[in-house]
Design a protein around this ligand. Structure first.
Ligand code: SAM
Length: 237
């Protein structure tokens, strides 16, 4: 997968060279290029913002540098992190992981002039994606979050791809609690069943815990879980 990120703070993306996203880059599964938007400015101050038409507080990102940047880098699927975008989900991460070329446009200030998004949409798919119902200073952190979620879904990135199957949000449920050694810690014991070696009963326990957790913490998810995916033991749980 090829990824281009455009930002006025390219240094924000140093974490993408670490851990498994960094490894995906060094093994050639992912290539990430970070571009300084100011490269596409033409004035001595390398200006990227101006006052909003219609008045009001703050500054808006000017369209010219963005237009030139996207002309130079595109086409691809343009992802614009924005609090007015569609809330990001694991299903979105799976969709993005299918694509060959993602371009991320990181807004700052009061955001990017709307014409940049409208103009790009005439030439390439554009997705405005929100990380949640709150406002960040800029799109950089949102891009790092999206990149983590997408990269771990790329074939070959995770050593054991089956860990994706039952994790939270993959199959519409939250994952069951997890434990490791020691078996007893501060008078708290790992559930006996997980040490029983009985794989059938362990799978059943995990499924039940997953359902109970989802029902108590995310009733919204439980309500939209397809009833035909619930077996008799699930219903008893
Ligand atoms: N004036 C904008 C509004 O009220 O909708 C907020 C602009 S915000 C201060 C600057 C930039 O941060 C946005 O253009 C976007 O790139 C990013 N951003 C802020 N909150 C975000 C969120 N919840 N999800 C994704 N990106 C966000």
């Amino acid at each position: 997968m090829r990824v281009d990120i455009i930002s006025i703070f390219p240094d924000y993306f140093a974490p993408l060279d670490l851990s498994l996203v960094g490894k995906a880059q060094s093994t050639g599964l992912l290539s990430v290029d970070v571009h300084d938007l100011r490269k596409w400015t033409s004035d001595v101050h390398r200006t990227v913002d101006d006052t909003p038409y219609g008045g009001g507080p703050g500054m808006v990102m000017r369209p010219e540098p963005w237009g030139q940047a996207l002309d130079a880098i595109g086409p691809g699927t343009l992802v614009v992190p924005s609090p007015v975008g569609k809330p990001f989900t694991q299903a979105d991460a799976y969709s993005l992981a299918q694509l060959d070329h993602l371009i991320f446009a990181c807004g700052r200030y009061e955001g990017i002039d709307q014409r940049v998004i409208d103009d790009a949409a005439a030439r390439m798919p554009v997705l405005e994606i929100s990380l949640g119902d709150y406002v960040l200073f800029g799109g950089e952190v949102a891009v790092i979050v999206i990149m983590e979620a997408v990269t771990r879904l790329l074939p070959g990135v995770l050593g054991n791809a089956s860990s994706l199957d039952e994790e939270s949000h993959s199959a519409g449920l939250l994952e069951a609690p997890v434990y490791t050694k020691p078996a007893s810690w501060r008078d708290r014991d790992v559930p006996d069943i997980l040490r029983s070696g009985d794989h059938g009963r362990i799978a059943r326990w995990r499924r039940t815990q997953s359902l109970l957790r989802t029902a108590s913490r995310r009733p919204d998810m439980m309500a939209s879980y397809p009833p035909d995916l619930l077996d008799k033991s699930d219903k008893a749980a």
